[in-house]
Design a protein around this ligand. Structure first.
Ligand code: 1PR
Length: 558
């Protein structure tokens, strides 16, 4: 019988990535649109993205929760991804609603005593039983997990297929029993390894997908070091050039126009720098082994991104050829179209998610939201900010805050302002002459550095974590495009005031700068633009340099 593959979309979260992966692999599928569709499916994939509670509530309100349970109990092949795996469990501490209780153990939160939560990045899935799967690195993004603990959670341990260690916690990274396969990671975003896993499951005859492992779950003790790798991210700043084409550009300290030089012609001086086409570059970086890609619409604050169809088309096309996480930023805020139609930030973000983004990144709006939070004197937001509404619908792991800080130099002897505790003192022997012996604090900016606010990076980092950001991308206007290396003082400062993962950005000029940032700070990821665009340093070269110095990196290339 021909496979009738159905995908379950409960209406929130980015399911487009999975659809793109299946299309790339040559599999056809149909979306479940009504409870009756479960009867027609011979195989089902549930790519749950987002929050457990939202997933259960949406399934319930669409009348899909009971039919889903019946489908799984019928013995037909089921593949659950992330929340699609977690809903198999009895409950989650994330949600008051119970799960399907097929696995009689709870989902609980990672502790954040000595690690950042959520876990974001590539980690190893270690097989527990004899399988033909090769151990591989997959992309994880989650705050909640099924702990692997045969004594306390025996039901979960009996279902465990692979385990993974994050910090000092061992959790179940996939479950497999009978007709059910569930993975905590995202195969659709795990490059070559993930695509191979999906393809193998789909190409195995349906009757042979049912496996019944019999084993006694072993007791595992955490290894001294987990295997989560450091991520290397390529960032593309996208804007319209003077001819009206969307191009990847790159600034020096955020100025993206060509400078007048003795050799420049009247035509090139002042023109927007054009470093290539966004989709072609995205595909090149994916093939070269980038762990994530970032597309920033850098002039989106001038107009409505929902009307910016070329940018949405770029996201759609990039998502069709890139199978690692894609973050889209720029203009994610409440907007009003020229005809007066209002759009919420959530609608704007949803348009990007539907186009294939895995995460959205907010900059200016995040600054305004934290200013409002501080002015209110409350310890929590009122639920209306863009960060809160998007995190509520898609999960906080889908919300990145991009910070554009700038140094404010002060006299350390006389400075008595509110940011005394955040002052950085430049070393007298700093290789960077401009900062030798100086002191400064970091202020936040909006509109791509055009407006300076009286808000420090620490205030911003703490505030956005309260509001629900899942990751912080730390740019530096002082270092952007300079090739002087990442601003370690800035990154350490932000790291010291947040528990969410931090991405270092701005200033990379050579592969060794990545080594310096990973050895000198606890940052989870590092991003560069100019050196990659100009072909001065390759992603593979950066990873080789890190690997040779004992820093864990994913070496797969597509
Ligand atoms: O405010 O929510 O609409 O978001 C606008 C987004 O656009 C922000 O994330 C902001 O950082 C970005 N942006 C705005 N103007 C510029 C600009 O360059 N004129 N891009 C800009 C700046 C810096 C990084 C760059 C790194 C690494 N972003 O994109 O990739 O500095 O560069 P390097 O490796 O070459 O040093 P909103």
């Amino acid at each position: 019988m021909n496979q009738k593959l159905y995908l379950l979309d409960y209406g929130a979260g980015n399911v487009q990535s999975l659809a793109n992966s299946l299309t790339k692999l040559g599999h056809t599928f149909t979306w479940i649109s009504s409870p009756e569709d479960f009867n027609h499916a011979t195989s089902l994939i549930f790519p749950g993205v987002g929050a457990f509670e939202t997933a259960i509530q949406n399934l319930k309100s669409k009348g899909l929760l009971e039919p889903l349970k019946q489908y799984i109990q019928s013995g037909k092949p089921y593949f659950g991804i992330c929340i699609g795996m977690q809903v198999l469990f009895q409950s989650s501490t994330e949600s008051p609603s119970p799960g399907l209780d097929i696995i009689h153990s709870p989902i609980t939160r990672f502790h954040d005593d000595n690690k950042t939560v959520p876990q974001i990045g590539w980690n190893a899935a270690d097989p527990l039983i004899e399988t033909s799967e090769n151990p591989a690195y997959y992309y994880f993004v989650h705050s909640y997990c099924a702990k692997y603990d045969p004594k306390t959670y025996s039901s979960a341990a009996e279902w465990a297929y692979t385990t993974t260690q994050y910090g000092d916690e061992i959790f179940i990274s996939s479950v497999r029993k009978g007709n059910v396969f569930g993975v905590q990671f995202h195969p659709e975003k795990s490059g070559k390894a993930g695509l191979a896993l999906l393809d193998k499951w789909l190409r195995t005859p349906e009757s042979e997908r049912v496996i019944t492992p019999t084993f006694t779950p072993p007791t595992l003790t955490p290894k001294p070091k987990h295997s989560l790798t450091k991520r290397i991210i390529a960032c593309m700043d996208v804007r319209t050039n003077d001819e009206g084409d969307l191009v990847v550009t790159k600034g020096d300290q955020y100025d993206v126009r060509e400078k007048a030089t003795p050799s420049s012609t009247v035509k090139t001086a002042g023109a927007v720098r054009n470093l290539g086409k966004p989709v072609a570059l995205a595909s090149t970086y994916y093939n070269a082994g980038a762990d994530e890609l970032c597309l920033l619409n850098i002039t989106s604050f001038r107009h409505s991104p929902l009307q910016d169809q070329p940018m949405l088309a770029v996201v759609r096309a990039a998502a069709e050829c890139v199978f690692v996480p894609l973050t889209i930023g720029g203009g994610i805020k409440d907007t009003v179209d020229p005809d007066g139609t209002p759009h919420s930030a959530l609608e704007v973000a949803s348009a990007y998610f539907r186009a294939g983004a895995d995460k959205v990144s907010l900059a200016s709006e995040a600054v305004y939201a934290v200013e409002k939070l501080l002015a209110s004197g409350n310890e929590k937001g009122d639920g209306t900010s863009a960060i809160e509404t998007i995190a509520h619908a898609y999960g906080r792991q889908a919300v990145v805050v991009s910070i554009d800080p700038k140094r404010v130099y002060v006299d350390p002897e006389t400075y008595d302002g509110p940011f005394k505790d955040e002052l950085v003192h430049g070393k007298f022997d700093s290789p960077i002459e401009a900062e030798r012996g100086k002191a400064w604090w970091y202020t936040c900016t909006t509109s791509g550095g055009r407006q300076t606010r009286n808000l420090s990076v620490c205030q911003l980092a703490k505030g956005v974590e309260i509001l629900g950001a899942g990751e912080i991308l730390v740019n530096s206007i002082d270092r952007d495009g300079t090739g002087l290396g990442f601003d370690l003082d800035l990154i350490k400062l932000v790291k010291s005031c947040t528990k969410v993962p931090v991405v270092a950005s701005s200033g990379a000029g050579k592969a060794e700068h990545f080594l310096t940032v990973f050895e000198g700070t606890d940052v989870e990821a590092a991003l560069a633009a100019g050196i990659f665009h100009r072909g001065e340093v390759g992603i593979g070269e950066v990873k080789e340099c890190l690997k040779n110095s004992g820093i864990g990196v994913r070496m797969d290339v597509a």
